[in-house]
Design a protein around this ligand. Structure first.
Ligand SMILES: Cc1cc2nc3c(=O)[nH]c(=O)nc-3n(C[C@H](O)[C@H](O)[C@H](O)COP(=O)(O)O)c2cc1C
Length: 182
């Protein structure tokens, strides 16, 4: 029997709000035990120093939680990545995570892995999608990932998404789509 794909969820919100809610909901609906949800706010991830040592060897000189996350990424098949919109960009937590993925650049270690983006902003969802899609452009391009879909939601206060019926329906649809990849 074919092994089920491994799904890694990564949330880049510093608060327990809409992005965490959306990712947790989708995570709970995935009918696959090969899944893990990482909240970047709970991880010790220092800033990239820009030393470029990882160009010679795909490993980071910084000893923190990012090493384990990179290993989890290499061992996963699908990434579901969520971030809030901060100034029409990803959150600082998410940008820091993206920068620390640099050891994967110049490797084939995550090539063609599927990515689904969950983007949450207080303003119109079209704007969040347009700008944050650009924020992930280099991440997808340089790690040679396969961007499957980007979903954006409008929610300002932490509980907004959980109280929005139409958003809840969309979250269920996204979960179904991801389940169909498993
Ligand atoms: C520093 C900061 C900047 C923000 N900038 C934007 C923005 O440019 N556009 C937008 O639509 N929402 C913006 N927001 C609103 C958040 O995206 C919104 O509150 C969202 O629900 C946060 O997601 P979370 O609950 O998962 O943390 C900003 C919020 C903060 C704290």
């Amino acid at each position: 029997m074919k092994n089920k794909p491994k799904i890694l969820f990564i949330s880049g919100s510093p608060r327990n709000g809409n992005t965490d809610f959306a990712l947790s909901k989708i995570y709970d609906s995935i009918d696959n035990n090969h899944k893990e949800l990482i909240f970047l706010k709970d991880q010790d991830i220092k800033f990239c120093k820009g030393c470029l040592t990882c160009h010679k060897k795909p490993k980071c000189v910084i000893k923190d939680d990012m090493g384990a996350i990179l290993t989890k990424m290499i061992n996963s098949d699908i990434f579901v990545i969520g971030t809030p919109n901060y100034f029409d960009n990803v959150s600082g937590l998410m940008k820091n995570f993206i920068d620390r993925c640099h050891p994967l650049y110049k490797t084939e270690l995550v090539r063609a892995k599927k990515v689904i983006l969950i983007l949450v902003g207080g303003g119109k969802s079209q704007g969040t999608r347009k700008y944050l899609s650009l924020s992930f452009f280099g991440f997808v391009k340089y790690l040679k990932l396969n961007l499957i879909n980007e979903y954006s939601f409008q929610a300002l206060n932490p509980l907004d998404l959980s109280k929005n019926e139409s958003a809840l329906k969309n979250i269920s649809k996204i979960a179904k789509k991801i389940n169909s990849l498993c």
